[in-house]
Design a binder for this molecule. Structure first.
Ligand code: PMP
Length: 419
């Protein structure tokens, strides 16, 4: 042949790779661990299927009606009639997908509309939409912090923040979770002239605790650093306009970049970053996770735009969500469960268990009783903890919350977590 390849010399039925060079063999330990868990007879907590979803708070799992207390559907927008109508209309008018990057053929009318909705929601001049929140962090962190710059991040940061650091070429410095003095100390050791990006989260999603953002931002500014806050778990219900913890604490104008997602309060999928920086649009020209992937389907951005516009005036929902969080936190605390926070700081309430066996037994007992919560374990959780993470929805009714508390009481006693 022209390339010099001799096809007749090739064995077209080659033997599989030898066991010691089978790249899949590195997963043997994790496969065995999972099998051991399933062999105990429990439902696999990481293989749940929602056979039907009836509302933001109810689904059918394994043939059983189940209350959902482990979704990020904080504002219950997934079944909002206006949101669904916007999705249908876009699907009919623009088809099922864009077939391309935002930079080429993948920007449709509703990608522009959702970015305008974000500018209006946040009261800023710039908004850029990514295909997921994960990609927004990946893209923003790796693009903002270049060679010779520093990214300074909280040790309990979300995986997408860590991966954004790995994707980029900046130096990485970690500080102890929510420790203002440690942040100050570590920033103080860096070269004064270097570019610095401090990355924080408004709400930390495992324990549901909030960052002392006011002090953290003051420290960052003292050292000449820019600040990016991931407000994924606060959008819609924190701050007078639902912009996040940074708004609640009066930090607008001081936080340079806010990252968020459509997969939680907005109720669909997608990610974004907003900023007032005059050069913000340049990110679109340089950011690989923005450029080298297909844009969101038109129905998705249309539902996101409709949802974001409704969230601007969702004051009643916000109030109901906070009522639910307070009621559940008090109910669980009074029964003697160990919780991630002393007081309800967000819509996430984490129940801390002793070990995997106890966590799985408790999780299974709740599921059997008709309640779904998230099972979370290391490495996703801080300090090797096993948690059952409850996330509330504005659409949970007071009756549902009462049933949830009763189910926790029954399961907690059966498993021996509470007396
Ligand atoms: N940031 C934080 C803090 C998150 O918790 C998550 C998702 N759980 C993301 C970013 C990623 O968002 P998405 O689901 O849109 O990829």
């Amino acid at each position: 042949t022209e390339t010099g390849l001799q096809p007749e010399a090739l064995d077209l039925n080659p033997a599989p790779a030898p066991a010691n060079r089978d790249l899949m063999s590195k997963f043997d330990a994790i496969i065995a661990e999972r099998q051991a868990l399933i062999d105990t007879g429990v439902t696999d907590p990481f293989a749940i299927v929602m056979d039907e979803v009836r509302s933001p708070t109810e689904a059918v799992i394994k043939g059983r009606e189940t209350i959902l207390l482990g979704t990020y559907n904080y504002m219950g927008m997934t079944f909002d009639p206006d949101v669904i109508a916007a999705g249908h209309a876009a699907l009919d008018q623009f088809g099922s997908g864009t077939n391309g990057s935002r930079m080429l053929n993948g920007t449709f009318r509703d990608h522009m509309e959702v970015e305008q909705a974000l500018r209006d929601f946040y009261g800023v001049s710039g908004a850029i939409v990514f295909s997921t929140g994960y990609m927004a962090n990946l893209g923003m962190i790796s693009t903002l912090a270049g060679k010779g710059d520093y990214v300074i991040l909280d040790a309990d940061s979300h995986a997408s923040i860590y991966d954004g650091c790995k994707q980029g070429v900046a130096e990485i410095v970690r500080f102890r979770h929510n420790d203002v003095a440690d942040l100050d100390k570590r920033l103080g050791r860096l070269p004064a002239e270097a570019g610095k990006l401090v990355v924080l989260e408004g709400v930390y999603s495992m324990l549901g605790d909030i960052a002392p953002l006011r002090e953290m931002v003051a420290v960052a500014k003292k050292h000449g650093a820019m600040v990016l806050s991931d407000e994924a778990h606060s959008m819609g219900f924190y701050g007078p306009n639902g912009r996040g913890v940074y708004e609640e604490l009066g930090l607008e104008g001081q936080v340079d970049f806010v990252v968020g997602t459509f997969s939680k309060s907005v109720g669909t999928v997608g990610g974004f970053c907003i900023s007032d920086h005059p050069k913000f649009e340049a990110i679109r020209l340089a950011c690989r996770p923005y450029i080298f992937t297909a844009s969101l389907p038109p129905s998705v951005v249309a539902t996101a735009a409709a949802s974001i516009r409704k969230l601007m005036t969702a004051h009643e929902k916000r109030a109901r969500l906070w009522d639910n969080a307070r009621t559940l936190h008090a109910g669980l605390k009074d029964m003697g469960f160990r919780l991630g926070t002393e007081t309800p700081e967000s819509a996430i309430i984490a129940v801390i268990l002793e070990d995997q066996t106890q966590a799985v037994a408790m999780w299974q007992a709740l599921l059997d009783g008709g309640l779904y919560v998230n099972m979370a374990r290391p490495p996703a959780t801080p300090a090797g903890t096993f948690l059952l993470r409850c996330s509330l929805c504005a659409e949970h009714t007071p009756e549902q919350i009462a049933r949830v508390i009763a189910m926790f009481r029954a399961a907690g006693r059966a498993v021996g977590v509470i007396g």
